[in-house]
Design a binder for this molecule. Structure first.
Ligand code: NAP
Length: 335
C-alpha cells in the first residue's frame, strides 16, 4: 500500500450517565500517518465489543486508566498489517491487539500477537481464542477450581464468556447449568452446546429452577451479571462452594449505588468462598489456555457463536446490545 488511507474513528465525546447514548460518541474521519521506524499500520477487520468498555469510559480509574474524552475508544481488534516498518509484523500478517474502535491503527507491536486465519476465523481470536476464552478458562479452572462431578452454574450463559465456561465445564465432567435471558438462548445452550439445563431468568422462577437443576447445590457459581441473580445463586450453594466474580453487567449502568449481595452469609454457612479476578493477571499463561481451547475446538467439543454487526458507525447502538441482552454470542463489529 502506498500513501496514507483515510481513517474512521469512534471517539468518546462525553462520559455517560447510565446506558451510553448516541451523544456519548463522535464518529469521524481523520487522517492517518505513515508508520515511523518500528511501527506498522493495521487495517482492522473486526472490533471486539465488550462489557468492560462501559467501565473504561467512567471517570474513575479501575484496573486500567479511563479512556479520555476526545480519545479514540479503546477496544480489542483483529486485522491485517498493511504497511510496516517492523520486521516482527510484516505486511500481510494478521494481528490481534488493543487497536481501538477505528478502521486503521498504528502500533509499535506492544501487546500485539500474530494470529493465523488459517486455523480459525478472525473473530474467534476475539472470542474463544481471545480474551473471553482466557477469562472462561482461568476463571473456571483456577479461580473456581471446578472438578469432575461437581455442579457448575454460569450466568449470561449464551454470551462470549458464558458459552465457553459451560462447555469447558462439560468437557471436565461437571453437571452444567446455564442462566440466560429468553427461550432461544436457553434452547441453544442446551441443544447445541450440551449444557444439562438452562434457566430462562426472564420468564421462569430462577430460585425454583436452581432447586430443580442443582439438587445437590452449586459447587461453582461463575457470575457474569451480579445483582439479583447473584443473590439467588448464593441461596443454593453446596458446602465449600466457590463463587467466581467475573463481572456484574446488571450493575454497570446503575446510577445509584451498586447492588451488593444480601445473602452473603451463605458463604459462612457453607464454608464457601467468593473471589474476583481480572483475566490480565494470567497473561503469562495465555499460551497454555489457547492450546487447550484450540484442541477442544479441533475435536469438536468447543463451539463458538459470534454475533456480528456491520460497520463502525453502528458502534453506539451495537454497544448497547450488551446491556439489553440483544447480543447472542460474542459481539463484534465487522469493519
Ligand atoms: P456477554 O455475556 O457476551 O454479553 C452480556 C450479556 O449479559 C447479555 O447478552 C445479557 O445476556 C447479560 N445481561 C445484560 N444485562 C443484564 C442484566 N441486567 N441482568 C442479567 N443479565 C444481563 O458479555 P461477555 O463479554 O461474555 O462478558 C460477561 C461478563 O464477564 C461481563 O460482566 C464482563 O464484564 C465480564 N468479564 C470479566 C473479565 C475479567 O477479567 N474479570 C473478562 C471478560 C469479561 P442475557 O440475555 O442472557 O441476559
Amino acid at each position: 500500500m502506498t500513501g496514507t488511507p483515510a481513517n474512521l474513528q469512534v471517539q468518546l465525546r462525553q462520559r455517560p450517565t447510565g446506558v451510553p447514548g448516541d451523544d456519548c460518541w463522535n464518529v469521524l474521519e481523520v487522517a492517518t500517518r505513515e508508520p515511523a521506524d518500528g511501527e506498522f499500520l493495521v487495517r482492522n477487520r473486526y472490533i471486539s465489543v465488550d462489557p468492560a468498555m462501559r467501565g473504561w469510559i467512567n471517570e474513575g480509574r479501575s484496573y486500567v486508566e479511563p479512556v479520555a474524552v476526545g480519545e479514540v475508544m479503546r477496544a480489542g481488534a483483529v486485522g491485517e498489517v498493511v504497511q510496516s516498518r517492523n520486521d516482527q509484523f510484516p505486511e500481510g500478517c494478521c494481528v490481534s491487539g488493543l487497536f481501538g474502535v477505528q478502521r486503521y491503527a498504528l502500533s509499535d507491536g506492544k501487546g500485539v500477537i500474530r494470529v493465523d486465519p488459517g486455523l480459525a476465523p478472525l473473530p474467534v481470536y476475539l472470542a474463544t481464542l481471545g480474551m473471553p476464552g482466557m477469562t472462561a478458562y482461568f476463571g473456571l479452572l483456577e479461580v473456581g477450581a471446578a472438578k469432575e462431578g461437581e455442579t457448575v452454574v454460569v450466568s449470561a450463559a449464551a454470551g462470549a464468556v458464558g458459552q465457553v465456561v459451560g462447555q469447558i465445564a462439560k468437557i471436565k465432567g461437571c453437571r452444567t447449568v446455564g442462566i440466560a435471558g429468553g427461550p432461544e438462548k436457553c434452547a441453544w445452550v442446551t441443544g447445541e452446546l450440551g449444557f444439562d439445563a438452562c434457566i430462562d431468568y426472564r420468564n421462569a422462577d430462577l430460585r425454583a429452577g436452581l432447586r430443580e437443576h442443582c439438587p445437590r447445590g452449586i459447587d461453582v457459581y461463575f457470575d457474569n451479571v451480579g445483582g439479583d441473580i447473584l443473590d439467588i445463586a448464593l441461596t443454593r450453594l453446596a458446602m465449600h462452594a466457590r463463587v467466581v466474580i467475573c463481572g456484574a453487567i446488571s450493575q454497570y449502568n446503575n446510577m445509584q449505588a451498586m447492588k451488593g449481595p444480601a445473602n452473603y452469609m451463605s458463604l459462612l454457612v457453607h464454608r464457601a468462598r467468593m473471589e474476583g479476578f481480572v483475566v490480565f493477571d494470567y497473561a503469562k499463561r495465555y499460551g497454555e489456555a489457547a492450546q487447550a481451547l484450540a484442541g477442544w475446538m479441533q475435536d469438536g467439543s468447543l463451539k463458538t457463536r459470534i454475533d456480528e454487526a456491520a460497520g463502525l458507525e453502528t458502534f453506539p447502538a451495537t454497544f448497547r446490545k450488551l446491556f439489553s441482552g440483544e447480543n447472542f454470542g460474542k459481539l463484534v463489529i465487522a469493519v
